[in-house]
Design a protein around this ligand. Sequence first.
Ligand code: NAD
Ligand code: UDP
Length: 334
Amino acid sequence: LREKIRELELSFTQKYPPVKFLSEKDRKRILITGGAGFVGSHLTDKLMMDGHEVTVVDNFFTGRKRNVEHWIGHENFELINHDVVEPLYIEVDQIYHLASPASPPNYMYNPIKTLKTNTIGTLNMLGLAKRVGARLLLASTSEVYGDPEVHPQNEEYWGHVNPIGPRACYDEGKRVAETMCYAYMKQEGVEVRVARIFNTFGSRMHMNDGRVVSNFILQALQGEPLVVSFSPSDLVNGLVSLMNSNISSPVNLGNPEEHTILEFAQLIKSLVGNRSHIQFLPEAQDDPQRRRPDIRKAKMLLGWEPVVPLEEGLNKTIQYFSRELEHQANNQYI
Ligand code: NAD
Ligand code: UDP
């Protein structure tokens, strides 16, 4: 019987990735909205492995249960199917507020829902933070700079956004989400942190994300023409150090290494190793022409900078996409 119990214990401990033991006073109850998405699921992994209690709230619009399934059943983990546009009453110490579609095809699919999520959703999470005295980190975006007239962009720049263009639901939604954070900070004393995230790619990003890296990889892997940006682990470390810092003003998190889209296409083509040719099409309306984060603030105040080399990040993403394509192909015949 003892052997059987040991076996059961072993199978239980091996079922989950290794988790650090944290004493009660260091262990936090952390809410991640949008935790079943690309960035959120990597953040979930880090905070779970650091030994915290993590609650993921997601409406599965673009997120997937599969991204966090390896934690389901763990005593420190909870997954709630919930839309942040509706109020949420739970008890937590920190909130990483990531819930929002992030790529143009996803946020343009239903602009009104994107606006509701970023405005009412953020208001609800700030209301929750106020009620329970939690600190809230908003996943904002480089899109608040719009199509920038200054290069590179530092946090002092106010941006150049078309308020009625096709990208406005997202750009203006995030801008008002930032405004709400500072209104709750000033009026209600809520502790806020604002990360302005620049394009990130890696495993668990959507294959049909519609942004440059995923498009190129997918087209190269499928041998289609290539129609003419940092790793999630870098980003997750930046988010956690910003959350636990005393910096309440916005901080850029991104990779200052700049490449043209053509360079990206060529690099991906050579990493995938096929003969896809590169094709040029007209640009989309209001597309930012050039973007590069000034990350001096994050470097100086958080000691943060991206460390994953571009090629390594791309190779990991390519491997993930190949496995996903295989998975899809195998499931077609079931
Ligand atoms: P993602 O689409 O993979 O994740 C977003 C998650 O939010 C999904 O799981 C989705 O189902 C969930 N969600 C959407 N609307 C919701 C709602 N109303 N209620 C509950 N859950 C909801 O995108 P991502 O790339 O992981 O982005 C995460 C956050 O980071 C977003 O706020 C995004 O704006 C921001 N961001 C990402 C990038 C990037 O390059 N990935 C760049 C800048 C900013
Ligand atoms: N809210 C929430 N969870 C909470 C507390 C508030 O979802 O634990 C929502 C609440 O429904 C409200 C919003 O957050 O719509 C703003 O709350 P706040 O207390 O700031 O405003 P009030 O309720 O006073 O209008």
